[in-house]
Write a protein that binds this ligand. Structure first.
Ligand code: ATP
Ligand code: MG
Length: 584
């Protein structure tokens, strides 16, 4: 492809709204253009990268026997009523009406449609398992579309679904897809990690997310330094910690022992916890208390959580423990009414509601807690002994970097940031039961199929590749998804000898199987061409100029290592092949 013909433009600056590197670089190279918030056009350079990634995805899935199909973007309300999601999917589901006033939505995902296909096509256990996928445009009316292609409203996803006779077979396929995903992201040439993630409250289900590691990632990941336990920070198990002051004599509950009038900040309060023996208390000697509302079906009920003051609560763990559909903080006014005091002094002891306690407090005593009286805290609090409705010690706090690993007990967690580019999910029978997607087993009995679903964010992955692979000058494409592999710079567009060599090299490289971008533009300074080449980021840059040619040499440069090779035009193909083999 000749740059003089390519539909593209480079810009020195990115628009101010571009808030991450991938978006800045994709806009500066006119790979993408914004059409509306979270909605983009993919111009030719971007589409080439996208198509290459799609090819990798197709090849690896087809290797595992997955079959490609294509489902519609516009889906009728009736199917979504059957699964129950018409009601429960929030505002991310864009709903619309046709001219006959019938309801439709734009598919954010395709469980309903694929389940409908399979229930109409599969009757017998002999036709199972089935694993299908599509690469298709999704729409989710995200509340905050941002970061360019990373969180768009319209985006391209590979979504796959599998159907099985039993749980064991669904498990087997789950791990096969897990392995396929590892192969896919390895081929792309990015650093990634599969991490255990939260699967919500659906029984029998579990899930892994695949993350590309990058500073700008929206997700926090914890990974053990010694074993293979990486996890979404939301999900990571936190170890139970011993009470650091266990040599103190155990006290009774001393009600309203500490008086810190007018002080509501936790750390300031702890410094103010003074009596004859102590001048303030450390945070790990104090407890803090949260009031939540748990929703289960139509039922909303209050629950409390006590954790050490230096820890953070983990709502996902508490929600799963309760088996609740949703869990949120109790509105402040309501919490103050229930406790009979204002925020800062609300405590668990007097309340007649179930109270869960983080397991790091299992051996703790002599704690402080709010006294439900303005300005006062109790001292000597021992949760198991003092609570009216003690609901148990469980892992309910956020794990943090430095915590010891609960799996191997040897390593410690380290923190990473990641971009979720894929997810594999064991769904169980949630959709097949709701939509009566059944089969006849060997004995002729009708049973619901077991399902798995498997997504990859195609456009998000391309953005994530750039987030991880760039420098101050521009993109540094990994070989496998680079729009082109070799970028020829003609530095003497007016010099017939230079033009002839460039044309010949373009032909030879293409004949050898390389994809070539050729900067044949006339009237531009070498500086501009060099800058554009760095910005566009193809793995190999080939410079042909009058001065070099006089010595019979052209210059081949590796975009990533910046290593330069001077070779004669006749040796370029061989040199490029060598560089490929050494992993440019
Ligand atoms: P997130 O937690 O980031 O909102 P998700 O878990 O809701 O994503 P899935 O339903 O698992 O997303 O969709 C499969 C894949 O589609 C994700 O792993 C991600 O790579 C991609 N994806 C999801 N939402 C978006 C979006 N708004 N823009 C671009 N890609 C997306
Ligand atoms: Mg996901």
């Amino acid at each position: 492809m000749r740059l003089s013909k390519l539909l593209f433009q480079t810009y020195r600056e990115a628009p101010r709204e571009a808030d991450v590197v991938s978006q800045q670089l994709m806009m500066r190279t006119s790979m993408v253009q914004k059409v509306a918030a979270g909605i983009y056009s993919y111009l030719p350079l971007a589409l080439r990268a996208i198509r290459k990634f799609e090819t990798i995805v197709r090849e690896e899935l087809e290797r595992d026997g997955c079959q490609e199909l294509l489902m519609p973007t516009v889906q009728p309300r009736e199917l979504w009523e059957e699964s129950g999601r018409w009601q429960f999917y929030g505002k991310e589901l864009l709903r619309l009406k046709d001219r006959k006033d019938a309801d439709f939505c734009l598919g954010p995902t395709h469980e309903e449609v694929v389940t409908d296909i399979v229930r109409k096509t599969v009757r017998s256990y002999k036709q199972l398992p089935v694993n299908v996928f599509q690469i298709q445009t999704k729409f989710r009316d995200e509340i905050r579309p941002r970061f360019g292609l990373m969180r768009g409203r319209e985006f391209v996803m590979k979504d796959g679904y599998s159907f099985h006779v039993d749980d064991a077979d669904a498990d087997r396929e789950y791990w096969r897809m897990y392995d396929a995903y590892k192969r896919i992201f390895k081929r792309v040439g990015v650093q990634f990690r599969p991490v255990e993630a939260d699967s919500g409250a659906i029984g029998g289900s579990f899930t892994h997310e695949f993350h590309v590691l990058a500073q700008s990632g929206e997700d926090a990941i914890l990974a053990c330094s010694s074993c293979e336990y990486p996890s979404n920070a939301e999900k990571a198990e936190a170890p139970a910690l011993a009470f650091p002051y266990s040599s103190e004599p155990v006290r009774e509950l001393l009600r309203s022992h500490f008086h810190t009038p007018g002080i509501t900040g936790m750390e300031e309060q702890a410094r103010g916890f003074k009596d004859a023996e102590r001048d303030g208390l450390p945070l790990d000697h104090a407890s803090k208390f949260y009031l939540y509302q748990a929703t289960k079906g139509a039922d909303v009920s209050p629950v409390g959580l006590v954790i050490r003051s230096d820890h953070e609560p983990n709502l996902v763990k508490l929600r799963n423990r309760l088996g609740a559909d949703a869990l949120e903080l109790m509105p402040l006014a309501e919490a103050e009414r229930m406790a009979g005091t204002r925020s800062g002094f609300i405590g668990p002891v007097e309340l007649d509601i179930p109270i869960y306690v983080d397991r790091s407090l299992e051996g703790a005593f002599n704690l402080t807690c709010g006294a439900n009286a303005d300005g006062y805290h109790h001292f000597g609090f021992k949760p198991h002994r003092d609570l009216r409705r003690f609901a148990g010690f469980f892992d309910l706090r956020q794990a943090v970097a430095g915590d010891s690993c609960t799996r191997c007990g040897k390593g410690n967690y380290a923190a990473f940031r990641g971009i979720e580019v894929g997810q594999v999910f064991k769904l169980g029978t949630k959709y097949s039961t709701a939509m009566r997607c059944t089969f006849l087993d060997e004995s002729g009995a009708e049973r619901p199929m077991l399902m798995g679903c498997y997504g990859i964010g195609i456009t998000r992955t391309i953005a994530a590749v750039i987030e991880q692979n760039h420098d101050d000058d521009g993109i540094v494409w990994p070989w496998a998804v680079a729009p082109y592999q070799v970028h020829i710079l003609n530095l003497g567009a007016a010099d017939a000898a230079v033009v002839a060599v460039c044309d010949g090299l373009e032909r030879d490289l293409e004949a050898a199987g390389f994809e070539v971008l050729y900067d044949d533009r006339d009237g531009l300074s070498p500086g501009v061409k060099f800058k554009d080449a760095d910005l566009l980021g193809m793995p190999l840059r080939l410079v042909v100029g009058t001065k070099g040619l006089k010595e019979g040499l052209v210059e081949l440069r590796d975009r990533r290592t910046k290593e330069v090779l001077k070779v004669s035009p006749g040796d370029v193909v061989k040199a490029a092949e060598n560089l490929t083999r050494t992993g440019a």
